[in-house]
Write a protein that binds this ligand. Structure first.
Ligand SMILES: [Zn+2]
Length: 356
């Protein structure tokens, strides 16, 4: 039997990975592959987003060897399964794949077998793992997308070597993943890590979850866009650059526009990111009081603002940290793996879970 060996050069063409032969004493019929070796095999990670499904073959070092994309299908769970099956068939025609990991927004039961609820998909109490294992004839792991990103940063990214970390994904909302003692913590009913919905301003901005004043209404990419649009709609002079970048249409101002202008040195954009960073740091201080992690890793689109966001976040965190002055402050670091973290983490979790 052959296993993938990342230390060997790739085959010609750069596509097919190199393999090396394993001593046959390890591979007698009926002898299970040692975990140490199995984890070096290839896994497919599939990240199901609101509009796109991304799939990739990931090796034991967290490297993506090949990728494929599809549009996220409509509202039928069977259609989603068929997209997953076609992606896995396509990729496994080129690579020998041991397991498949799915990452999607939503809540999974503790065993990772059933998706209880997914906002983008029609999965409601859906036994996704069992259904897919029957279709794919491989071990399958299903993970929350923020957990998958946290796992990737822990295994291969900014959190390497830090086995108690909290990973925050700043996008349209705020996703959260918790790694404790080198494993993902999902809570009793699979809802742990929904940090975006901690209420940080009583009676504050309305949130789509039904409550008011949730953290993600103050510290997400969407929050940056909303604040900038409000200033533009009020004809504030500070909104001039945002309006220009959005072609004069206040409704088209986004967090990404503000972040890009801030990086070019626009004062109003830098100031707005400072405000958002302070909300971020305040929420992180709350999380430190509850979880006391050794590190916070900040990913998602808004994290591209880098220290323009994280600098003010660190200051607010230090000002609000429980026990400040008598304890170290956990570092707040920018994520290292970018938008592929969910795909990489989903694949790696499948490797770990499949061979447990
Ligand atoms: Zn909420």
């Amino acid at each position: 039997m052959r296993i993938y060996d990342p230390s060997q050069p790739r085959a010609a063409g750069g596509r097919a990975p190199a393999f090396r032969h394993v001593r046959s004493s390890l591979l007698r019929p009926g002898v299970r592959l040692p975990v140490r070796l199995a984890r070096r095999g290839l896994a497919i990670g599939i990240d199901i987003g609101g509009t796109k499904v991304a799939a990739g073959v990931v090796d034991g070092e967290g490297r993506i060897l090949a990728e494929r994309y599809r549009d996220t299908p409509g509202h039928d769970p069977r259609e989603v399964e068929q997209v997953i099956v076609s992606l896995v068939r396509e990729l496994s025609a080129e690579f020998r794949v041991l397991s498949v990991g799915i990452g999607a927004a939503g809540w999974m039961d503790r065993s990772g077998s059933t998706v209880l609820f997914s906002p983008h998909l029609a999965w409601r109490n859906e036994p996704v793992r069992m259904n897919l294992e029957k279709l794919l004839h491989r071990r399958v792991a299903v993970s929350n997308d923020a957990d998958a990103a946290a796992w990737a940063e822990f295994r291969f990214g900014a959190g390497m070597g830090q086995d108690r970390l909290v990973c925050i994904t700043l996008g349209t909302g705020i996703g959260g993943g918790i790694v404790i003692d080198g494993r993902i913590e999902r809570g009793n009913w699979g809802v742990a890590g929904e940090f975006g919905h901690q209420i940080i301003v009583p009676q504050g901005h309305r949130c789509e979850c039904g409550n008011r004043g949730c953290w993600e209404q103050y510290a997400s990419g969407n929050a940056v866009g909303r604040e900038a649009r409000e200033l533009a709609a009020a004809n504030s002079p500070v909104a001039q650059e945002w309006l220009r970048a959005a072609g004069g249409d206040a409704d088209r101002i986004t967090g990404a526009i503000v972040t890009a202008l801030a990086r070019e040195g626009d004062t109003a954009s830098i100031n707005l990111l400072e405000d958002i960073g302070e909300w971020l740091g305040l929420g992180l201080a709350n999380l430190a009081a509850a979880l006391d992690p050794g590190m916070f890793v900040i990913g998602g689109g808004l994290s591209e603002a880098g220290d323009l966001l994280l600098g003010p976040a660190r200051s607010a965190f230090n000002r609000n940290l429980t026990g400040r002055g008598f304890r170290p402050a956990a570092p707040i670091e920018r994520a290292a793996l970018g938008p592929k973290a969910g795909l990489i983490g989903a694949a790696d979790l499948s490797r770990v879970i499949a061979w447990r």
